[in-house]
Design a protein around this ligand. Structure first.
Ligand code: 5RP
Length: 235
């Protein structure tokens, strides 16, 4: 049986594919929704579409390589036309929480290098206030506990509260990102002032990057059983 959420993710990905034209330089996101986009893109490439992609994770790189999608790096192509990526949450101001798949650092670098970032998602990710999904914060391994306490302090100063814990992998070991760092998952429940929290997190020396994406997404393609809605501007 087809999972309705997965069908919605594929629908959103298919709508995003309509934005792609030959000659484009594309950022390729990470996660199950982005994977639908990469799969559909692979079909178009096999039919002759000429694009080059920059993957946001080793997982996406592996998928794109299997599909013979031409790949490059931001060192060779420092500016991209369009990035298509998923999200763990989005609010009415197109602010996002990302990093559920531990790829937030490369995802943010690639989004920031893109003229447009368009998010593909199913309806379950839509919230009035960010924070239901635990906010991922990628940190340096050095001074981890000290950094965790700074994160708790910044949370307190910006109206957030909740457990901040080191993410573990399936085997119970500290998860390590593609960049070689651990992740702190911040179970705040609600983030009343995402900009203030982002500023505070950016000021902590041990924080490599956080999963608040503010001012990056130009549009969100959100799908459910009723079809596709575009929030923001696809142009
Ligand atoms: C990975 C991400 C993903 O975009 C996010 O976790 C959404 O994933 P999915 O499409 O599987 O729900 O930020 O770091």
């Amino acid at each position: 049986m087809i999972d309705p959420a997965d069908a919605a993710k594929r629908l959103a990905a298919a709508r995003a594919l309509e934005l792609v034209h030959s000659g484009m330089r594309l950022g390729l996101g990470t996660g199950s929704t982005a994977a639908h986009f990469v799969a559909l893109l692979g079909e178009r490439v096999a039919q002759g579409l000429k694009i080059v992609g920059v993957p946001t994770s080793e997982q996406t790189r592996a998928q794109a390589e299997r599909l013979n999608i031409p790949l490059s790096t931001l060192d060779e192509i420092p500016e991209l036309d369009l990035t298509i990526d998923g999200a763990d949450e989005f609010d009415p101001s197109l602010r996002l929480i990302k990093g559920g798949g531990a790829a937030l650092l490369r995802e943010k670098i690639v989004a920031a290098a893109s003229l447009r970032m368009v998010v593909v998602t199913d309806r379950s990710k839509q919230v009035a206030t960010l924070g239901r999904y635990p906010l991922p914060v990628e940190v340096d391994r050095f001074g981890l506990e000290s950094t965790r306490r700074h994160v708790l302090r910044v949370a307190d100063e910006t109206g957030c509260s909740g457990a901040v814990s080191v993410r573990l992998d399936e085997k119970g070991h500290v998860l390590v990102t593609d960049g070689g760092h651990p992740i702190l998952d911040c179970a705040f429940g609600s983030i009343p002032d995402p900009e203030a929290l982002a500023r505070g997190l950016n000021a902590i020396p041990g924080v490599v990057e956080h999963g608040l994406f503010i001012g990056l997404a130009k549009a969100i393609i959100v799908a459910d059983a009723d079809g596709v809605e575009v929030i923001g501007d696809l142009a």
